[in-house]
Ligand binder design. Structure first.
Ligand SMILES: O=C(O)CCC(=O)C(=O)O
Ligand SMILES: [Fe+2]
Length: 513
């Protein structure tokens, strides 16, 4: 239940409500003297009987709902649920299950091994590295009897401890008849990958979600018998996920809002709010569409609420690259970008242009990299949107400069034409990787690799036309480098977009045809 409905009291400035027919409009400021303020009494008498939806029809039945209302065309209110932060709160509270899932995920390498599993890891190592041959008995015993979850932990621990993959080791050492053990391990990895993907999908689909609140009605429940019996709100569209009720400051008794979900009920009693106090306060509650709710009898006074329909929508700063109201062709960068292909002087023989991102992003972070590219900011977001709309082929890359490491090597030459970049060390010594997938760097990878050939997964970038060099650096890896003495080396990378530019001939053909 706690995740199904929320409520809060907040202090606000007075709420102004304008209502009434054209030329005879009234202004009501709440809180006010509810027994004598003509603007208040007039509002009460201006409201019309409120119906409720029953079997697809609007029905009036005072036994079921005794209330009056104003439609949104009949009034304006200065109250804004965004301004008061209510929508932020509701949005954030909507996703506790996802947050919980992220929090539960152990970061690689931080799992604490039970004694049994640690012993398994050691036993597997001894069984495979045995001078007298592979001890298949032990291998079989462990691999066929442990749960998939344990096997996953064992594999990770094995790799961390011995700097090699258990699967690889077995592949090299097992006889054909024993290969079924590899199948078991492969199955464990496949399952784990599927699980990770599912979590990632969930994170992406929900972290990109915001809430849009649409004002629906102003309701008045008056004593002695105003009420609304238990009901579920009629969804106004597929994306409606709930309702928000905001109780304006006025004096009343009773009128408890009671919200139920799967046998659990919470009650919001807003009658005790102090409308006459120094600072007026607003009470609000938000609940999911599948909650049934009821306004209990108002015994005295007038209970005035604004109701909002809550819709799931794209929002919360994860807008880049998704379809929404931003139209890329109106962005200032779009025209120049689209004019480039027609320009005869711009990269006539085609090639690749690279543009460093203008802002900093935590794309090397274990989990935060997942929000790329949706969290791109400012000029980067505009560029990305414009590129999507332009139809040009592009990808995000991160680049690393290996100038320091390569200093000692012979002049780089891979036989490619380096004409207009011969003098550019930046170009010569830069390696890149596609996308923002995180990678783990093991010391053994560094030891084994010839730095001149790059690192596993990193490729020499080669000749690109830099439109703007990257501005930001993110810590990409830290490892022990062995020279005369071992020392810790840190490497930083930068994010960029690389765009494929067709040759001028090709471009003109496209423009013509
Ligand atoms: O005024 C309230 O507290 C709730 C009103 C309600 O449930 C509705 O209008 O559907
Ligand atoms: Fe309702």
């Amino acid at each position: 239940m706690p995740t199904q409905a929320f409520n809060q009291t907040i202090r606000t400035k007075p709420v102004t409500i304008r209502y009434g027919p054209s030329g005879r409009g009234q202004i009501l400021s709440l809180p006010t003297e509810t027994t004598s303020d003509p603007a208040f009494l007039n509002l009460i008498s201006t409201c019309e009987p409120a119906s409720f939806g029953f079997e697809g029809r609007d029905v009036f039945d005072e036994q079921y709902r005794k209330a009056t209302k104003l439609d949104i065309t009949e009034f304006c209110s200065s109250f804004c649920p965004y301004e008061t932060g209510i929508i932020d709160i509701v949005t954030q509270l909507l996703m506790p299950s996802v947050k919980h899932e992220i929090a539960k995920r152990p970061a690689h390498g931080t799992e604490v091994l039970s004694a049994q599993l640690a012993e398994d890891v050691r036993a597997l190592f001894v069984a495979t590295e045995n001078y007298t041959g592979v001890d298949t008995m032990t291998l079989t015993k462990i691999i066929t009897s442990r749960s998939n979850e344990d096997l996953l932990t064992i594999m990770r621990a094995y790799e961390q401890r011995y700097q090699r993959e258990l699967g690889r080791v077995l592949q090299q050492k097992l006889q054909r008849d024993d290969m079924f053990m590899l199948d078991i391990l492969a199955q464990v990895l496949i399952e784990d990958r599927a699980k990770q993907r599912e979590i990632e999908r969930k994170i992406k689909s929900t972290t990109g979600m915001g809430i849009r609140a649409e004002l629906y009605k102003l309701n008045v429940y008056s004593g002695p018998s105003g009420r609304f019996r238990a009901h579920v709100d009629t969804p106004r569209s597929e994306t409606q996920i709930g309702s928000l009720v905001v109780c304006l400051p006025s004096e009343f008794e009773g009128g408890v809002l009671s919200v139920s979900h799967q046998g659990n009920t919470v009650q919001f009693d807003w009658s005790a709010s102090s409308p006459g106090g120094q600072q007026p306060s607003i009470q609000w509650a938000a609940f999911y569409s599948d909650c049934s709710h009821e306004v209990q009898e108002v015994t005295a006074g007038h209970r005035i609420t604004l109701t909002y329909n809550l819709y799931a929508s794209r929002g919360s700063g994860l807008l880049a690259g998704t379809k929404h109201s931003l139209d890329a062709i109106n962005l200032p960068i779009f025209r120049p970008l689209m004019n480039l292909p027609g320009s005869r002087s711009f990269m006539p023989s085609g090639g690749r242009m690279a543009i460093g991102l203008a802002h900093a992003y935590p794309y090397t972070h274990d989990t935060l990299h997942r929000s790329m590219p949706e969290t791109l900011k400012g000029a980067d977001m505009m560029l990305y949107e414009a590129l999507l709309a332009s139809g040009l082929g592009f990808e995000f890359i991160r680049i690393m400069d290996f100038s320091d490491e390569l200093d000692n090597f012979e002049e780089y030459s891979d036989g490619k034409d380096m004409d207009d970049s011969e003098e550019d060390p930046f170009e010569k010594n830069v390696f890149y990787r596609s996308g923002f997938e995180s990678m783990q760097v093991l010391d053994s990878m560094i030891e084994r690799s010839d730095i001149n050939q790059g690192l596993p997964g990193w490729t020499r970038l080669g000749h690109v036309k830099w439109i703007r060099r990257p501005r930001d650096l993110q810590l990409e890896m830290a490892y022990l480098a062995y020279g005369n003495e071992a020392n810790m080396t840190t490497k930083y990378s930068s994010a960029a977009i690389i765009v494929n530019v067709p040759s001028l001939q090709h471009r003109l053909q496209v423009l013509d045809g």
